[in-house]
Write a protein that binds this ligand. Structure first.
Ligand code: RET
Length: 230
């Protein structure tokens, strides 16, 4: 079952990168070139790394027989900054906010990686301490999106204010699911096993990359219709 989900990941990311890549190549306006290229690379990175997992690399077998898939953190470390850049581009965020988001995100993924790859002899509590540290960084990101990000976007694009409520809501619902899945997975409290974890991350990755790419495009289209593009 796990490998089926990895191959579903490979296929979805291949389709996503082909679609977004073609759209980027065909786009004539700079704003569309920027947006489509970001989602092209987001999907391309995930395509390569799903292929690694689908061909049975990128994990080590932890005690208790579950796989700790460290390569997910490589994907996330590379693709989450691009996802954030697409959002800050759409919302015309200041460089102060963009820098803060990227910094907190790097810290979040790096400390989440530590939580995951601590050795099997490490007390479970220590894994959870690192999860908590990483979640602290995530909460800072969520806070910034609900406050400053929306304020800046609505000030720059007043006629399109409502699209940012939807964009931030979908973004936060998707991203919040990751630490929850981690906590319930064999890395955390082991409420479910590795195969369910692999399925849930695959579904989330497809929604947060391919699905969200279409939502971002939709948002840019609305901004254009409101006469606020360019
Ligand atoms: C971890 C575990 C530690 C606590 C937290 C996490 C957050 C991960 C997030 C990942 C987002 C990934 C995306 C990928 C591609 O689309 C590292 C799971 C807070 C938010 C959006």
């Amino acid at each position: 079952m796990t490998f089926t989900w990895y191959w579903i990941g490979v296929a979805s990311m291949a389709a996503g990168s082909a679609y977004f890549g073609l759209a980027a190549a065909r786009a004539t306006e700079r704003r569309w070139q920027v947006l489509w290229s970001l989602y092209f690379f987001i999907c391309l990175i995930a395509f390569a790394l799903y292929l690694v997992m689908a061909t049975d690399y990128g994990a080590y077998l932890a005690e208790g027989g579950h796989n700790t898939v460290w390569i997910r953190y490589v994907t996330w470390f590379l693709s989450t900054p691009l996802l954030l850049l697409a959002l800050t581009y759409l919302g015309r965020s200041t460089s102060t906010l963009t820098g803060g988001l990227l910094g907190a995100n790097a810290f979040m993924i790096a400390t989440g990686f530590v939580a995951t790859v601590l050795t099997e002899d490490t007390p479970a509590a220590l894994h959870l301490v690192w999860w908590t540290i990483s979640t602290g960084a995530y909460l800072a990101i969520a806070w910034a999106f609900l406050g400053r990000y929306k304020r800046e976007a609505k000030a720059a694009l007043p006629a399109s204010a409502s699209v940012f409520d939807r964009l931030v809501l979908v973004h936060l619902v998707l991203w919040t699911a990751y630490p929850v899945v981690w906590l319930l997975s064999p890395e955390g409290l082991a409420v479910f096993g590795g195969p369910v974890e692999a399925m849930l991350y695959a579904i989330l990755d497809i929604a947060a990359k391919v699905g969200f790419g279409f939502l971002a495009a939709n948002t840019l289209r609305t901004i254009e219709q409101n006469g606020e593009a360019g």
